[in-house]
Write a protein that binds this ligand. Structure first.
Ligand code: SF4
Ligand code: SF4
Length: 415
C-alpha cells in the first residue's frame, strides 16, 4: 500500500480513537468468554467469526500504528501493518458481523464489538473497499434526499392503488385520503420502507385507530449506517427529521426495521418529536381500545424472533409478546430469549449482500431455536429479520411460515 494511503488510513483510525474505543481495545483480556456467543461462530466455528477474533484484526492494526511497542518493535508480538491482506481481513470481520451485540451480553467488560468494527468500516470506506451494494444503496438514498421533488410524482402515482387496498380491507365507503401525504400538523408521521407491504398494513392499522397521520416520502432504512459511513448515516437520518419538523408532527412512527428505529430513538440527540416503533404504537392502540383484534384467532403454534436492534439494543421486548399472546392461542417462547435470543444473521445490512451461503450457515443457531419450539409460524418485527428468516427456512427446508407482526395484526383486526 502506498505511504500516502497509509497516512490517510491512519488519520481515519485516529479520528475514531475515542475514550470508549481505547477502553474497549485496551480492556479485552482475550478471556474467550464471548467466543461462542456469536451466531456466525455457532454456524461456522472458525476463529475469524468469533467476536474476539473480529476485534483482534482492528486491535492489531491500532497496535502497529498507535502504540509505541508496535512502532519500536515491529516484528515482535501481533501488531500488523495496514496492507491489502489486513484490509481483506477487516472486510470479512466487519461485514460478517450483524451488529447484534449478543457477544456484549457475555463479556465481563461489556465490550462493544460493532463499535470496534466501526474502525474497520471507516477504513474500508477510505480504502475504497466497502461493499459496493451498501455504498450504492446509501448513495441512492442521499441522492433522493437532495432531489425529493423529482421522486414525489412517481410516489404519489402508486399511493392510489394502496389506498384502494386499505379501503377494501376495512370495508370503507371511499379510498380518498386513506394514505395522507404531506399533511401539516398531523399527530403521527409514519416512515415505511420501499415495498408497498410496509405501508399497507400500517395504513390499515392507522385508519382503524382513526389516527391523524401522514406518510413520509422517505424510507426508514439507513444504508449509511450499514455501510459504516457516519456522514451518509447522518444525512439519511436527517431527511426524515427535517420532514417531521417541516410538517410539525408530534410523533414519528418507524416501520418494522430495528436499525431505522434505533437511529432517531437513541443516536440523534434530543428531537422535537417522539420516536416510536410501529410495534409500540399497535400496543398502545390496543391498550387504549382504539383497535380491536380477533383474540386467539391463530391456533397454530407460533413463536417470536426478537430483532436484535428492537429487542436487545432498544428494549422493546414486552409489547410484541403481549400482542402475540392475544392473537395466538399457542404462543411459544424461544430459548434463550429476549436479550439473550440468538441473532438470525441478517442484520447490519447483510441481507443486501451477495452472501446467501454464509447467511444460511450463520443462521443455524436460529434454525435450531425455531426447531426446538415446534412452532409453525415464526413472527418478527424487522424487515431484515423477515428476509433472513425466509432464507433460513428455505436453506434448511423448515416447515414454517414467516410473518411480520404488523401484517398479522392488520389481517386480524375486528372491524
Ligand atoms: S455483534 Fe453479533 S455478529 Fe457481531 S461479533 Fe458480536 S455476536 Fe457476532
Ligand atoms: S469476553 Fe470480552 S474480554 Fe473476553 S475475549 Fe471477549 S471481548 Fe475480550
Amino acid at each position: 500500500m502506498e505511504k500516502e494511503k497509509i497516512r490517510e488510513l491512519k488519520s481515519l483510525i485516529a479520528s475514531r480513537l475515542t475514550r470508549p474505543m481505547r477502553y474497549y481495545l485496551d480492556t479485552c483480556t482475550r478471556c474467550g468468554l464471548c467466543y461462542d456467543t456469536c451466531h456466525a461462530y455457532y454456524g461456522i466455528p472458525k476463529k475469524e467469526y468469533s467476536p474476539v477474533g473480529r476485534a483482534e484484526v482492528v486491535r492489531r492494526a491500532v497496535k502497529k500504528h498507535f502504540r509505541p511497542s508496535g512502532r519500536l518493535f515491529p516484528y515482535w508480538g501481533d501488531a500488523t501493518a495496514l496492507d491489502e491482506r489486513v484490509m481483506d481481513e477487516m472486510k470479512e470481520a466487519a461485514f460478517s458481523c450483524t451488529g447484534c451485540r449478543r457477544c456484549m451480553m457475555y463479556c465481563p467488560f461489556g465490550i462493544d464489538m460493532p463499535y470496534i468494527l466501526g474502525i474497520a468500516k471507516v477504513l474500508l470506506i477510505g480504502y475504497g473497499n466497502a461493499p459496493e451494494e451498501l455504498v450504492m444503496l446509501a448513495d441512492a438514498a442521499v441522492e433522493k434526499g437532495k432531489s425529493i421533488d423529482e421522486f414525489k410524482e412517481g410516489f404519489l402515482s402508486v399511493i392510489g392503488d394502496m389506498e384502494l387496498e386499505v379501503q377494501k380491507r376495512l370495508g370503507l365507503p371511499s379510498a380518498d385520503g386513506l394514505i395522507p401525504m404531506e399533511k401539516k400538523n398531523a399527530d403521527v408521521l409514519f416512515v415505511g420502507l420501499s415495498g408497498a407491504h410496509s405501508i399497507i398494513h400500517p395504513a390499515v392499522i392507522f385508519n382503524a385507530a382513526k389516527e391523524n397521520w401522514t406518510l413520509s416520502f422517505f424510507e426508514a432504512v439507513n444504508f449509511g449506517m450499514f455501510a459504516g459511513d457516519p456522514e451518509k448515516m447522518q444525512f439519511i437520518a436527517d431527511r426524515v427529521v427535517n420532514e417531521a419538523k417541516a410538517l410539525g408532527v408530534k410523533e414519528v412512527v418507524i416501520v418494522e426495521c430495528g436499525t431505522a428505529y434505533r437511529i432517531p430513538k437513541f443516536l440523534l440527540g434530543p428531537l422535537p418529536f417522539k420516536v416510536t416503533s410501529i410495534v409500540e404504537k399497535i400496543h398502545q392502540y390496543l391498550a387504549e381500545n382504539r383497535i380491536r383484534m380477533k383474540d386467539g384467532a391463530i391456533a397454530e403454534p407460533l413463536t417470536y424472533h426478537d430483532p436484535c436492534q428492537l429487542g436487545r439494543n432498544a428494549g422493546v421486548f414486552d409489547e410484541p409478546r403481549e400482542i402475540l399472546a392475544r392473537l395466538a392461542s399457542d404462543y411459544r417462547e424461544m430459548s434463550p430469549t429476549r436479550e439473550y435470543n440468538w441473532c438470525c444473521g441478517g442484520g447490519g445490512g447483510l441481507v443486501a449482500l451477495d452472501n446467501e451461503e454464509f447467511r444460511i450457515k450463520s443462521g443455524k443457531a436460529k434454525k435450531d431455536q425455531i426447531d426446538a419450539t415446534g412452532a409453525k409460524i415464526v413472527v418478527s418485527a424487522c424487515e431484515n429479520c423477515i428476509l433472513q428468516l425466509n432464507t433460513i427456512k428455505d436453506g434448511y427446508g423448515l416447515d414454517v411460515e414467516v410473518r411480520s407482526l404488523s401484517e398479522l395484526v392488520a389481517e386480524r383486526l375486528a372491524v
